[in-house]
Ligand binder design. Structure first.
Ligand code: SF4
Length: 657
């Protein structure tokens, strides 16, 4: 039996794991007591990772249609289709849609191939759905995508505001850390959320803001701090829906506790005003001087295990690698580093626009890696139509039959958690190793090496001649010298010459230090309380989100029987008065209808749901064969700055089935 130190496959907390391999495909899991992200703690999902490592449902061989083929044949087919598409329709007819599940090395390779050698920036990631608004807010305020705090600041805060974050369910180990701070130093906890979630139940104060009322609420808070002499200038606030009593309690607690961390997550980011929400939060910290010191700062918690790593190496369509943009000076340096004359000239299409371009036939070749957009994108029915129309869909995945894989012309078997080697970056900028526990099953291969092989077939072999994940990491680390040259904080140059053995043994580390913005200029950005128009045909405001024990589209957590016990099916949560008005009954089925689609859910009547609002989960899929598809109901409206879709405030109506 061997024990391997690795990192959890799921959320952006990035917990360290000690995995003891007990058989060919079996493992026992415990928390890594010395990993600084979790000090030995794990949540239910991490604890039950061992139940998900079997080979049931795995994609083990390259497939052309339904036919198993050799890697040579499959890679040649991918390269042929790409080359043909580029020659006939130009580089922008090709796109990659990748994932925060990829390791940083995979992400780096995909980004380099697309932006550097295909010559288009049409590579975007499901992180667009997760934290693109936080990225845009950081960039506007700090000039770079920097999270200006670490988990240690949670330990040292007197007040933690949780905005749009059901932390107890979605980042449980962070929640345990917050509870420990409360125990140790009496830290106050305030939850700003339209729903009375399990986190809100346990807070000192729950502030039930209106959906998308956060910008107005933080504007009003800033006004209040100005009146109290705690911040300079003035601001203008509009409707946030919080009662005067609750607002006064919130303003008092904020005024009295300068050591304040504001954790914000999907409830803030997944909005048509997501970037402005992030900046409204950051503005409050900048204006009151609550940043760059212990126990203070705005803290974007990422959803995915490697959303941050993707951000670092340019997984988003609107940036190059290493936090660099598309200015002439930055492009010149990136082109020289990659030794290419094909570097994309401008940002590419963000996720929602990318699938629109597929739908319209402008993108003819789409390579989807480690994600399931047929379920997870908003207006998922439209995305399915787009996939069905696309000339060539390539899917790299560990699972053979996902809703997206059903549209694939070519499927490539990728390594999964416990098989692949590389690095991930968690929400506090901590880079940790994911290490292999098992040999590659079947013919599955690492994503970075699949990409490198396609690049070689397109004639770019010299630029992709890595022998290992360590080689990719070294190149990325060396490239951060360009970030330093352009005044960024991101700097891994000290790791650019790590040996394979040093990479193998690499301990978790944070880049940028504890308070990376100290001494740097930060900007107070003007924000707008953008809202959707009320539609009388759809009088309820539909919110969507996650359950405690499920992850994304359940391709992994659906394999763990223990995790299914928490919530066995997707529920429509609705206030008692709205249930009566619509004639729906607790425990019966109801149809949820929007302008985009409809789906059936079992009803849960609860006063934890505010009147006029409804909630459904995002996880269930056709491939899982049980009802309630949340993302079929959502429209394609996005934040105009970040391009992140608004998953939390769609107009709907409900009716009995
Ligand atoms: Fe994994 Fe996140 Fe749970 Fe930690 S909190 S064990 S990273 S799912």
């Amino acid at each position: 039996m061997k024990e391997v130190r690795t990192t959890c496959a799921y959320c952006g907390v990035g917990c360290g794991i000690r995995a003891t391999v007990t058989g060919a495909r079996s493992v026992t899991i415990k928390g890594d007591a010395v990993h600084p992200a979790n000090f030995g703690k794990l949540c239910s999902k991490g604890t039950h990772l061992g139940e998900t490592v079997g080979l049931e449902g795995r994609l083990l061989h390259p497939m052309l249609g339904d036919q198993q083929v050799s890697w040579d044949t499959a890679l040649e087919a991918v390269a042929d289709k790409m080359r043909d598409c580029i020659e006939r329709h130009g580089p922008d007819s090709v796109a990659f849609y990748v994932s925060g599940q990829l390791l940083t090395e995979d992400y780096y390779a995909a980004n380099k191939l697309m932006k550097g050698f295909v010559g288009s920036a049409n590579i975007d990631t499901n992180s667009r759905l997760c934290m693109a608004s936080a990225v845009a807010a950081h960039t506007r305020a700090f000039g770079e995508d920097i999270v200006p705090v670490t988990y240690d600041d949670l330990d040292e805060a007197d007040l933690i505001l949780l905005v749009g974050s059901n932390t107890a369910w979605c980042h449980p180990v962070i929640w345990q850390r917050i509870e420990a701070a409360r125990e140790a130093r009496g830290t106050k906890i305030v939850v700003i959320d339209p729903r009375r979630t399990e986190t809100a139940e346990q807070a000192d104060l729950h502030v039930p803001v209106l959906p998308d009322g956060d910008v107005a609420l933080f504007g009003a808070l800033l006004d209040d701090m100005v009146r109290r002499g705690l911040a300079p200038g003035d601001d203008h606030s509009s409707e946030h829906g919080v009662s005067p009593d609750v607002f006064a309690a919130l303003a008092d607690i904020v005024a009295e506790n300068p050591r304040m961390v504001t954790v914000f997550s999907m409830g803030a980011n997944q909005s048509v005003a997501g970037t402005d929400k992030g900046n409204a939060i950051i503005n409050l910290h900048i204006a009151t001087g609550r940043i760059n010191a212990p126990g203070m700062g705005p803290f974007s918690m990422t959803g995915q295990p490697n959303a941050m790593g993707g951000r670092e190496v340019g997984g988003l369509a609107n940036m190059l690698a290493c936090h660099l943009g598309f200015s002439n000076a930055e492009r010149t340096d990136v082109a020289a580093f990659w030794q290419t004359d094909r570097l994309s000239a401008a940002p590419g299409l963000k996720a929602v626009d990318m699938f629109r371009a597929v739908h319209e036939g402008r993108i003819k070749f789409l390579w989807v890696m480690a994600t399931n957009p047929a379920v997870s994108m908003p207006d998922a029915g439209f995305v399915r139509e787009a996939l069905a129309r696309c000339e060539t869909v390539v899917v790299s995945d560990v699972i053979a039959d996902t809703d997206t894989a059903r549209f694939a012309h070519i499927r490539l078997p990728a390594l999964g958690w416990g098989e692949k080697d590389g690095t991930v970056t968690n929400s506090e900028r901590r880079i940790s190793r994911q290490r292999a526990l098992f040999a590659a099953p079947g013919e599955a291969r690492a994503d970075w090496s699949i990409i490198a092989d396609v690049a070689a077939r397109l004639g770019h072999g010299d630029a992709f001649a890595w022998q290992s994940a360590a080689g990719v990491f070294r190149e990325y680390a060396a490239m951060t010298a360009l970030a330093v040259k352009h005044g960024k904080v991101l700097n891994l140059t000290a790791k650019a010459a790590v040996s394979d053995a040093e990479y193998e043994a690499m301990e978790p580390f944070i880049w940028g230090g504890r308070h990376p913005m100290a001494g740097r200029e930060m900007r107070h950005v003007s924000v707008e309380a953008r809202k959707r128009a009320f539609d009388p045909d759809f009088p309820l405001r539909l919110n969507t989100g996650r359950y405690r024990d499920q992850w994304h589209t359940m391709t992994r957590t659906g394999l763990a029987p223990t995790l299914s016990q928490h919530r066995r099916e997707p529920l429509l949560e609705v206030h008692p008065a709205d249930a009566v008005a619509a004639g729906v009954v607790h425990g019966a089925l109801a149809m949820v209808m929007t302008a985009s689609g409809q789906s059936t859910f079992r009803v849960c009547v609860t006063d934890a749901q505010a009147r006029g609002q409804a909630f459904v989960p995002m996880h269930w899929t056709d491939a899982m064969a049980s009802g309630g598809r949340g993302n079929l109901l959502l429209d394609q409206a996005v934040d105009p700055i970040s391009g992140q879709p608004g998953f939390k405030d769609n107009a709907c109506r409900i009716a009995p089935v």
